[in-house]
Ligand binder design. Structure first.
Ligand code: PEP
Ligand code: MG
Length: 325
């Protein structure tokens, strides 16, 4: 089946009624990158940098980080790459940080919380990203931002690193696009500020949804309790997407949700136009998008939103069957 999807890699990602959708891929290892071309994704919408840190005994030096990011850009061969700064802590342990025993690691000392407490970590990573992107655009985003103040602190660290590079007379990126992940619900209540502060937004639905429902994403006992296709979720995402679009800020969803065709159908129906999905989901999601009549689907989904259903999944599955999707 992989070969069959690969043969469709050059088909445009456009719905039956002519709406273009950006279909990007998530990656976190250099070995993921050939799939970008093999499956014809339009770029890397989320490059998880932490894997390179998790396999080392000590903090990788700036030069070592630079060389990894350079390789990523080289392998992407001109397709855009969005680098996410380190998201360690929680369940992702790294040898060079103290192990802290936490009752709720997912809600604990992780990601940007560590970076802002240990700013050198972030500074060196940004330095490596800026250096590696010399002559290219750099797209960088920050994980687990809960409030605008945190984003501003990250941006000021980035600014200092850009200034440093300029002072040294070194070549930097042609442009630096700053993004923010939306994966902590509190930030959604600062959308008006957020869209003024960033060049793009990326919705991390894996974390966002576990906090939205107060439901551990890794707990098998809870796996089927809440459904991501619940109207409250979809209404929430719709309002985020609308806020971004009205400010002309591109918004991508990069959680696992976007890689499942039924979920992806709901997402495009509520207005999402950019999805970044795991490598094996690129083919199935492209195929779904090309068979869907978006205008028709939008109306169908809109009518289901205020019905008080636990989930619109069954209705969407029936819709897909009825319309040969
Ligand atoms: C997410 O939370 O949706 C996300 C993309 O980040 P990760 O899965 O790496 O936590
Ligand atoms: Mg996350």
């Amino acid at each position: 089946q992989v070969a069959e999807y690969a043969s469709e890699k050059d088909l445009p990602v456009v719905t039956k009624d002519g709406q273009d959708i950006a279909l990007l891929m998530n990656a976190g290892l250099l070995v993921d990158l050939p799939t970008l071309h093999k499956m014809g994704a339009q770029g890397i919408g989320l490059y998880r940098t932490e894997f390179h840190f998790m396999v080392k005994d000590e903090l990788p030096r700036v030069t070592e980080q630079t060389s990894i990011y350079k390789q990523v850009l080289a392998e992407a061969a001109g397709k855009p790459v969005v680098f996410r700064t380190l998201d360690v802590g929680g369940d992702k342990e790294v040898p060079f940080l103290p192990k802290v025993k936490e009752e709720n690691p997912a809600m604990g000392w992780r990601a940007i919380r560590i970076a802002l407490d240990r700013p050198a970590l972030l500074r060196y990573q940004l330095r490596a990203l800026l250096t590696a992107s010399a002559g290219h655009p750099l797209n960088v985003m920050f994980p687990m931002i809960a409030e605008i103040v945190e984003l501003r602190r990250c941006k000021s660290i980035l600014r200092k690193e850009i200034d440093r590079l300029e002072k040294l007379g070194k070549e930097g990126p042609t442009v630096v696009n700053v993004g923010c992940m939306l994966e902590v619900p509190s930030l959604a209540w600062q959308m008006d500020l957020l869209v003024q502060e960033v060049d793009f937004v990326s919705i991390g639905s894996n974390d966002l949804m576990q906090f939205f429902f107060a439901c551990d994403r890794g707990n098998p006992q809870l796996a089927n309790r809440y459904d991501l296709l619940a109207p409250p979720v979809l209404n929430f995402l719709k309002s985020v997407v609308e806020k971004c679009h009205s400010a002309n800020v591109p918004v991508t969803l990069c959680g696992e949700m976007g890689g499942r065709p039924i979920e992806a159908m709901a997402l495009v129906a509520l207005g999402m136009r950019r999805l970044s999905v795991s490598p094996n989901a690129v083919g199935p999601v492209r195929r779904m998008l090309r068979t869907v009549d978006l205008k028709h689907l939008e109306k169908y989904v809109a009518d289901l939103m205020d019905t008080g259903l636990h989930s619109i999944r069954d209705s969407l599955i029936n819709y897909a069957k009825d319309h040969d999707i």
